[in-house]
Design a protein around this ligand. Sequence first.
Ligand code: PMV
Length: 323
Amino acid sequence: MITARAHTNIALVKYWGKKDQNLILPQTDSLSLTLNEFYADTSVEFRDDLAADHIEIDDRVVTGHAANKVINFLNIIRKMSGEKRYANVISTNHVPVSAGLASSASAFAALATAASKAAGLDLNRRDLSRLARQGSGSATRSIYGGLVEWHRGTDDLTSFAEPIMEKVDFGIEMIALLLNTSKKKVSSRQGMQSSVETSPYYPAWHKVVAHDMLAMKRAISNQDIDQIGHIAEENALRMHALTLSADPGYTYFNGETIRAIQAINDLRSQGISCYYTMDAGPNVKVIYNRKNRSKIIDYLGKLFGQEKLIVSKPGPGVKIINK
Ligand code: PMV
């Protein structure tokens, strides 16, 4: 049995749209920060005595659509390795109780690493990143720690992630503000597809990302947290504009999301710099310099409750945690 641990990541320049649905080739590059507080541990063993893949996530046997996603992914690995047997897969998400952040990024990065090793493959990180990509786009980046760039590429070989800065110790942190932990109504797959096909703003998104990737990398090399936060916030708003402008239009925000945005703007107008980003759900992540942490926690804690706030530092890349 091989066990791998992978941490989730939050995009600072978002991936929102596929060019190839099967291979999961994205329309654009993207860039993320891997987080220390949220991770998945996944164990895989291929066994003679199984008549089908057996999948358990957080102590529950998984069937239906969720199981099929894992089985399809295991099929890719069986094809690559020549392994014929079925697998026993046991995965545990280490996210603070029902955080709603049990992301597919950490899940598929851990599964790719554990299952490929269990099937006898010895993949380097670039190939693990390409493999994880076929489970979930954002998993491409969770192979690495710290600040990571996913090159969109043009085919399976050229679409992979690479670290920009693996040890991130210039003070950037994130607070996850858990506003709603129920399952999202529009999956990221459906959401991004409708944006690509129906938003009249989608062509502009290509320009936005090309610009933001360059600006973000410059801000990272200057270790300029204000600039990183500012670009990430603007990029997130423009991504969410692609959902509002789709046909039919929709949003991942709820009333609490808007209240959090206002709270972060209020903090900024008090001279405490911090920025926000949101993904395919209502939860808000706050980007800030650790020197402002206690002021931000005080303010948001009063408005939303301390128990809704989870502070996270930059986290590491994927690791095999047993032998
Ligand atoms: O990897 P997916 O299919 O869950 O898509 C992730 C999409 C966003 O989280 C909204 C953006 C990103 O780059 O992670």
